[in-house]
Ligand binder design. Structure first.
Ligand SMILES: [Zn+2]
Length: 488
């Protein structure tokens, strides 16, 4: 779906990411997903009176490395606020969050797509705690029409990082591309598993539209909690269409929070949008400010790993890989490392083709990942080399690969053992070449007339006839000799 003519959408995204710490944000309870309800709780995350929160240092570290990777400044001082509201999943009746002094400020991200790059500003990223989880009984687990609702406090107090972008996005597809790259970056940093289905990454989109060519901002709405990239893109598209229709009919957009139903494709209003003052933010008196040591921040900066998007850019530039190959191979890091070792010892494009294609296909059947398999990068590079020097045809190489995967033996050892290698018997090759010349009189005639290029034709025929087992160099020599051409 394209953008309606005459209109320009303005889109910003807010992403909540559960940080991959061992314990919760302000207590020692273990993080969990899928464990029996209310088995990871304590007086702090149940909000008993008189308890005091203690900040999780690892959550701060993960926030700082995320900020650095997104080009943000790390605030020399940031503080926590209480965001007051009542909801059954929030036993304190306030959420500890960061308000006007977030830990990460003002970053920029270059989003790499098949059609080039575009830039998205990062307004801020701040730390907060997750709410507990409401489990609705009946009505298919949805809140509307539920017979009863229970609260599972296992999730309550999970460390969250909320990342907010500038309204720099103009299409639903760009929003999807940004979010995909962000997920790959966060995973590459080890900050979160970003599993959208399990809710460890959740995205809200702020959407408004304006007349093309104007610069003011229209009234925005917020699409809540879309739990897949596809739904996010479809939800944004539906909301753009809804707003344009209202405005073209002379109506006005009201600022509200919306839900996109992926099944019906419809948008429903959840509530009118709150303003910051509705939350009565006040500084959290039980926590000290975060004042990161500058040397520590610089240490974290120096230790940032190469994230997948940087790897993709480097491969597209240095190895001449296309966007798709680079995207598929750049993560997880184990796969990227495996590919790089193969590419270093063979041709990069062949390495990409084999790792993406045949290797993964064969290993999938065995239930193995390349880096855990018996096929080492050295083995695969050797195999590619054996195709390049025409020791093996591609079908034979696939057969050899299956043996390597099963036994861990080197390709050359497999070839020797199974007798798949080159024909070493000179008499056999001579007979073969003479037969090929007799069978292809037209080409043989042109060859004798000096058309050198046809040597390759006969070599190809010989490889075909022997299932790749003829020595191409020796066949070439024999063909020249038998056709009266001078040796090369
Ligand atoms: Zn706890």
């Amino acid at each position: 779906m394209s953008v309606p003519a005459g209109w320009e959408p303005v889109i910003g995204i807010e992403i909540h990411v559960q940080l991959a710490t061992r314990t919760k944000m302000f207590c020692g309870c273990a993080l969990s997903f899928g464990d029996p309800p209310n088995t990871h709780t304590c007086p702090v995350c149940l909000a008993h009176p008189g308890v005091l929160p203690v900040l999780n240092r690892e959550a701060v570290r993960l926030a700082v490395i995320t900020g650095l990777a997104l080009g943000c400044a790390i605030a020399p001082r940031s503080e926590f606020h209480r965001k007051n509201y009542f909801y059954p999943d929030l036993s304190k009746a306030y959420q500890i969050s960061q308000y006007d002094e977030p830990i990460c400020i003002g970053g920029r991200v270059q989003v790499l797509t098949a059609d080039g790059e575009f830039e998205v500003g990062i307004t801020r990223a701040h730390l907060e705690e997750d709410a507990a989880k409401l489990v609705h009984a009946g009505a298919d687990g949805r809140r509307a029409g539920a017979e009863s609702s229970s609260v599972d406090f296992n999730r309550g107090g999970t460390p969250l990082l909320e990342i907010v972008t500038e309204p720099d996005l103009r299409t639903a597809a760009d929003a999807g591309a940004f979010l995909r790259q962000l997920r790959s970056t966060l995973r590459g940093l080890g900050v979160s598993d970003c599993n959208m289905e399990e809710g460890s990454m959740r995205a809200d989109a702020n959407v408004s539209v304006r007349r093309a060519g104007t610069t003011g901002l229209g009234t925005k709405t917020e699409l809540k909690n879309m739990n897949s990239f596809r739904f996010l893109e479809r939800g944004i598209e539906a909301e753009i269409a809804r707003q344009v229709e209202i405005l073209e009919d002379g109506g006005e957009i009201s600022q509200e929070t919306l839900h996109f139903d992926p099944e019906s494709g419809e948008i429903h209003s959840l509530r009118s949008k709150e303003e910051a003052h509705d939350y009565r933010y006040l500084p959290e008196p039980d926590l000290v400010d975060i004042v990161p040591d500058r040397a520590w921040v610089e240490e974290l900066r120096a230790g940032l790993p190469e994230v997948p998007v940087d790897r993709r850019r480097r491969w597209m530039r240095d190895l001449d890989l296309n966007f798709e190959d680079a995207e598929v191979l750049a993560e997880p890091a184990e796969l990227a490392g495996y590919f790089e070792q193969v590419a270093a010892a063979s041709d990069a494009q062949s390495a990409a083709n084999w790792v993406r294609g045949e290797l993964r296909a064969q290993l999938r059947e065995r239930g193995e990942e390349p880096w855990e398999s018996l096929v080492t990068p050295t083995h695969l590079a050797e195999l590619i080399g054996l195709i390049d020097d025409r020791t093996l045809s591609v079908p034979l190489a696939k057969e050899v690969l299956a043996d390597v995967a099963a036994s861990g033996a080197a390709p050359r050892a497999v070839i020797e053992e199974k007798g798949l290698g080159q024909i070493s018997d000179e008499g056999e090759l001579v007979t073969l070449v003479e037969k090929l010349i007799a069978d292809n009189p037209g080409q043989a005639e042109q060859l004798r007339g000096g058309k050198d290029k046809l040597v390759g034709f006969f070599v190809g025929q010989a490889m075909k006839a022997t299932g790749g087992r003829a020595d191409p160099a020796r066949v070439g020599e024999l063909v020249r000799e038998r056709s009266g051409l001078p040796p090369q």
